[in-house]
Design a protein around this ligand. Structure first.
Ligand SMILES: Cc1ncc(COP(=O)(O)O)c(C=O)c1O
Length: 458
């Protein structure tokens, strides 16, 4: 669990609410509620919270990440000894691509240097450029938006759905204009965006959908793997991800022509033959190495079992946390047949915790040995975006008036609220035993029972 706390804090929760949502509260049987005397005592608030001098719930770490053994060692040493370290000379990258295509039900898979380059490659292969608009959610890692900016296109935000933490698919159709070149939903936190509504809006206007599935390995919508529903899907294998090679990425698509353009783009515009020096378009070197591919295939041997453990623990956690006033776990859309739980996300309401602020709640959880975070800030207000739009290139391409209109279109009040209320737990906390979930629940219950005292002391 030492990995990306400082780099990225992803936790996903979807809060149930709309009629179209499957409440994760109701998804788990009440029979799973813990009945041990210890839990009952904690529920009654008898334990003193660590913030008030009590013993912390946990003194041992959650499972460490990445998980590795002799499989990874053998994979890496075998590439090392082969002397074939790069794509083109070795066969590991192509072998991984075949495996990942099979695992996701895609006809084609292209491995890339990371998730950011998977997105950039896909948008480039779809011809996104200056003058185009790309619809994105505001509640995501910055890379989703950065790739649009790198291509000098306009990121158009569609507000978040407070209940699910995903893009509010009901608002996508209204955001489409004649300039919309791509719709790029994110399957945030391992859960799944409302793909039926998004695909309906996209098909009606013949606009390709690129699924940013960087956080959602093995997640499914109505039995289909995320990334295989739209025109293309992009994945990240960065160190925090449920499938990890330190860095790495992949594009999957059923469109062979798109796959070929993507391959050329990621290979400095050279096609599969690779040997010639004739270039049909601009490109970059965004290739995965043989070492990373070998590591990924070793990691994939545990992917399914880890995914099952996360699902089972997350369902139990939801059944327990939902009973605590002020805690609203993220809901899933009914079409979500599998959540990858890269993050476990919930909304926190200080009013139910004697006005204990979210920051103080997270600190109190930390004192109990439970690491959590507050998630993303509103991307539409971040300097990376405002400064880019104010920059020389954007002002030349679009002009001040149009960029001002974009800023007004890009306001996302629901997302502002989500960013203020979210609390994240991390995927590695979900791969251990059920007792780990009980510890999390104990900590939250104890803080709830003593929230007034903790607030006075904070
Ligand atoms: C939603 C989302 N999109 C894109 C990326 C970019 O992936 P990478 O870090 O592998 O470049 C990430 C990874 O953190 C992500 O979470």
């Amino acid at each position: 669990m030492t990995i990306n706390r400082s780099r990225r804090r992803f936790i996903g929760r979807v809060a149930a609410g709309g009629a179209s949502l499957l409440s994760t509260r109701t998804a788990v049987s009440a029979a799973q509620a813990p009945a041990s005397p210890q839990r009952a005592a904690v529920a009654a608030g008898s334990r003193k919270p660590a913030m008030l001098g009590g013993a912390p719930v946990r003194t041992t770490a959650f499972p460490s990440w990445p998980v590795q053994d002799s499989r990874e060692e053998q994979a890496l040493t075998s590439v090392l000894r082969s002397g074939k370290w790069g794509r083109g000379v070795g066969d590991q990258v192509t072998a991984f691509e075949r495996q990942y295509a099979t695992a996701t039900g895609a006809a084609n898979c292209l491995a890339t240097a990371n998730g950011t380059s998977a997105l950039l490659t896909t948008l480039s292969a779809l011809g996104v450029g200056p003058g185009d608009e790309v619809i994105v959610p505001p509640y995501t890692f910055v890379a989703t938006v950065n790739v649009v900016l790198m291509l000098h296109a306009l990121p158009v935000f569609v507000d978040s759905d407070l209940e699910t933490f995903q893009i509010d698919a009901r608002k996508v159709a209204a955001a489409i204009t004649d300039r919309t070149r791509v719709i790029m939903p994110v399957h945030l936190g391992g859960s799944v965006a409302d793909m039926d509504t998004i695909m309906a809006a996209a098909v009606a206007r013949d606009i390709p959908v690129v699924e940013d599935a960087c956080q959602s390995h093995l997640a499914q919508w109505k039995g289909r793997h995320v990334g295989s529903i739209g025109k293309a899907g992009c994945f990240s294998f960065q160190a925090s991800k449920n499938l990890n090679s330190g860095e790495g990425g992949a594009v999957i698509t059923s469109d062979r022509a798109l796959a070929n353009r993507a391959y050329a783009f990621h290979n400095n515009s050279r096609g599969h033959a690779g040997g010639d020096f004739a270039y049909g378009a601009a490109g970059l070197n965004l290739r995965l190495t043989e070492f990373q591919a070998a590591l990924l295939m070793a990691q994939m041997t545990r992917l399914e079992a880890q995914a099952r453990q996360r699902e089972s623990n997350a369902a139990y956690l939801t059944s327990q946390l939902s009973q605590i006033p002020g805690i609203t776990p993220a809901a899933m859309y009914p079409g979500t047949t599998r959540n990858a739980y890269h993050l476990y996300m919930f909304r926190y309401d200080p009013k139910a915790f004697a006005d204990l602020s979210r920051a103080a709640f997270v600190k109190a959880l930390g004192a109990e040995g439970i690491t959590s975070g507050t998630g993303y800030s509103p991307l539409d207000k971040e300097p990376f975006l405002t400064n880019t739009l104010k920059g020389r290139g954007y002002q030349r391409i679009y002009g001040a008036a149009e960029l001002q209109r974009l800023t007004e279109r890009n306001r996302c009040p629901q997302n502002d609220r989500l960013c203020a209320e979210a609390v994240w737990l991390y995927q590695t906390m979900l791969i251990g035993p059920r007792q780990d979930m009980d510890d999390i629940v104990d900590a939250v219950r104890t803080i709830h029972a003593h929230a007034g005292e903790i607030a006075r002391q904070s």
